[in-house]
Write a protein that binds this ligand. Structure first.
Ligand code: FEO
Length: 156
């Protein structure tokens, strides 16, 4: 059973970022499945590194879009991104010292880390970015990538 099921209500109204959020959910669900289904020796190091790398690129893209659109809370949002990056890096360290506690904490950690951020912080830029010419350009750029897998989806 997947950890997180994507819902339309999670949409921030920006196609590029919705797609990236879906990929992040996919990456998190994959990590959860590996840990839940594996034995105690299985540490999804590659998948966690991929999650971190994808998250960093996603945050960078959002920050550029917020700047380009003159979003008034972009600095505050950037600080929150930096804090989330620290949290996920700490989680990575915990995984390296794999324990039952990590597994049991995983649901809450990942849910809070990603979904609360999307629903509470990313939603705040919805109106600003949706009325911005820069967003239209970014959305046009991804239109050809909608059905590609995460490994084929480029950041640019
Ligand atoms: Fe979608 Fe602010 O991260």
């Amino acid at each position: 059973m997947p950890l997180i099921k994507w819902r339309d209500s999670y949409s921030v109204g920006v196609a590029k970022f919705d797609l990236e959020h879906k990929v992040l959910v996919e990456l998190i669900n994959n990590i959860y499945s590996i840990i839940r289904n594996g034995d105690d020796q299985v540490i999804p190091e590659y998948e966690v590194a991929e999650l971190i790398s994808y998250t960093q690129a996603h945050f960078k893209g959002e920050e550029e879009a917020m700047e380009a659109c003159g979003y008034e809370f972009s600095e505050e949002h950037k600080k929150i991104h930096a804090e989330l990056e620290v949290e996920v890096l700490k989680f990575k360290e915990q995984l390296e010292n794999f324990s039952d506690r990590v597994v049991s904490d995983l649901y809450l950690f990942l849910r809070n880390w990603l979904l609360n951020h999307i629903l509470e912080e990313d939603m705040k830029y919805r109106e600003c970015l949706n009325t911005c010419e820069d967003t239209r350009k970014r959305n046009k750029k991804i239109s050809g990538y909608r059905h590609k897998t995460i490994h084929q989806y480029p950041f640019s």
